[in-house]
Design a protein around this ligand. Sequence first.
Ligand code: LLP
Length: 386
Amino acid sequence: IAGTVRPRGTPWWRGQRAHLLQLAEAGTPRYVYHLPTVRARARALAAIKPIDQRYYAIKANSHPAILETLEAEGFGLECVSHGELKHVFSVLPGLSPKRVLFTPSFCPREEFEAAFALGVTVTVDNVEALQRWPDLFRNRELWLRVDLGRGEGHHAKVRTGGKESKFGLPMARVDEFVQVATDLGSHVVGLHAHLGSGVETAQHWRLMCDELAGFARRIGSVQTIDIGGGMPIPYSEEDEPFDLEAWAEGLAEVKAVHPAFRLAIEPGRYLVAESGVLLTRTTQVVEKDGVRRVGLDAGMNTLIRPALYDAWHDIENLSRLGGYSEAVFDVVGPICESSDVFGKRRKLPASTAPDDVMLVADAGAYGYVMASTYNQRALPREDVIE
Ligand code: LLP
């Protein structure tokens, strides 16, 4: 309801304008990550008592400084490919494999082999993998990813549960999975679910945890329940900041009922989204049929979230902050696709002109990691602010 929305708080970059403008001089497009913000989010999660193990889903942002920061804050790392596994062990050479999860989807045999060889915790989400490669899955301690029958999240493309989703073992096949694993001399020691990304209701995790605990009891060998990631951040003025207290209270309630299990989480976005901005320079300002467009040197190849999910990112003209008259612009990139639009009908300084430095906010998660060289454009650069 309008007027009751809790404010988002001032973003870190408001106080760093001169520094960011200086960084932009070294070339754009450029992602900049603010490590104190990453640490603050990490500590907010670390303070939540019912959670026993925290992992960071590195797919959100695998910059070495971010991995180092989160590892130092006590986070383990969740990886989804052999590439991500190799990356974490090369960035953090002393990392214990006990602190690494491998949660692949339809991956080839070689990736399972590599994960077992490294000694990380392996999550499986189908019976067929065990049946196809029994030699690989013999005498293992496995985690099982289940599909609780529903998906949630900020867009249909990021919901990872339910019939139309490729992820997770349907609950109806859990007994079968346990039987096949047992026949191989293996045990299900972790039970995992992640139903989507950018889920706004804090109750979602409480319900999930409760359902998983029920199944874990039935399986018998489960020690850890992993309730995934998926916590949202407020991308726009209308978004409520995530209610971390309500979230923690819900988890504490479930933990009180099921004290036997260790509780794990594996967020990505929540930890890093707000720490990152994308700096980009305006190329041209063009008016066509009554629509004024400002072009950027960043495009959907740099940050694909608006094109792929209609995602909102605040956009500011860093060269002209404050005290200006506003005009309405569509903000577009240089890629030859109609979806190459960062925002439609955005209010920006009326004086916005070529060579201004623009800032695209909350770009620390699923930004650089999803960038491509489409149209033979270069990958963006990255900087960190310690
Ligand atoms: N665990 C698993 C098994 C996942 O698949 C994911 C994300 C996470 C954890 C971390 O989710 P998070 O806390 O970041 O919501 N590119 C999309 C998001 C895709 C998420 C994929 N899986 C976006 O930009 O919104």
